[in-house]
Design a protein. Structure first.
Length: 284
């Protein structure tokens, strides 16, 4: 959802902007290594510690430390983090003395921390110590128009990187991007644009260049030939579902992927449009 980017903006718009910005994902490292990464260690503190390490807290001194997936911290490490926040000192692994640190800590999680506290897997005192200012970063599917904005941004970035002339997306491609919920959020949309750049044949990215999952979300089909008296089989008819799907696709294309504007064109509210997109995008 862009949690790290949000924390970077907080850092850059603060009085700590001239200091370092350091990021770490708590879920990516085992407990002992994470403790060493955060607080540092002295030579010989454990097997493989052949040199001193200052740790991420001291690397971020005077700046901001972004700790992602904080809910994944083991309880023992939670207690040590709480002491750092309260006393503003750290003790590297194997060290005899504590060292002062001056760091803004920004933490993030996709878990419900209050529920984690209730289950006994997250310390209540640490939760209240961390929860000074809460910033909700909604998923991409709840941010009207952001998917299209991000897709255009990544397209321009990758076109420059690959030295390609790509002017943008076709209306159908924008409609599919707008309709898709992007459960993988920003990383997923970046990967999809990378796929589209690879398969784009002209200077405009067409629907066919998008990954299959996007195409299937709101893929229009060629018009069917008109039925004749001699041809009355079900295959000659277009279902109401398909007609609705095409009509919504055209509205989204005309609105350049903006769901609010597309809903206005269709004469419905945005929530109704979102519900229809979810229903039409579901495989039966």
């Amino acid at each position: 959802t862009g949690k790290e980017l949000v924390s970077q903006v907080v850092h850059l718009r603060s009085r700590r902007a001239s200091g370092p910005f350091v990021a770490v994902n708590a879920a990516a490292l085992p407990e002992q290594l994470l403790e060493s990464q955060l607080f540092g260690h002295v030579k010989g503190a454990f097997t493989g510690a052949v040199d001193d390490s200052v740790g991420l807290f001291r690397q971020a001194n005077g700046g901001t430390l972004f700790l992602d997936e904080v809910a994944e911290l083991p309880l023992g490490l939670q207690a040590k983090l709480l002491r750092v926040l309260q006393e503003r000192v750290i003790r590297p692994l194997g060290a005899n003395r504590e060292q002062p640190v001056d760091v803004r800590l920004v933490t993030a999680t996709n878990c419900d921390l209050e529920a984690a506290v209730a289950r006994g897997v997250f310390r209540e005192d640490l939760f209240y110590r961390l929860n000074v200012i809460e910033v909700q970063v909604p998923p991409l599917r709840e941010r009207d128009g952001d998917a299209v904005v991000l897709a255009k941004h990544f397209l321009a970035e990758m076109a420059l990187r690959d030295q390609r002339t790509l002017r943008g997306f076709s209306g159908e491609a924008l409609a599919a991007i707008s309709a898709y919920p992007f459960p993988g959020n920003v990383r997923e949309i970046r990967n999809f644009v990378e796929h589209a750049v690879t398969f784009a044949e002209g200077d405009v990215v067409e629907l066919q260049a998008l990954p299959r999952k996007l195409r299937e979300t709101l893929e229009t089909t060629p018009p069917q030939p008109a039925a004749t008296a001699a041809s009355t089989s079900a295959a000659t008819f277009v279902t109401l579902r398909e007609l609705e799907k095409r009509h919504i696709a055209r509205a989204l294309a005309q609105a350049e992927g903006n769901k609010t504007r597309a809903a206005e064109l269709l004469g419905i509210d945005r929530r109704t449009l979102v519900r229809k997109l979810k229903r039409l995008g579901r495989r039966d």
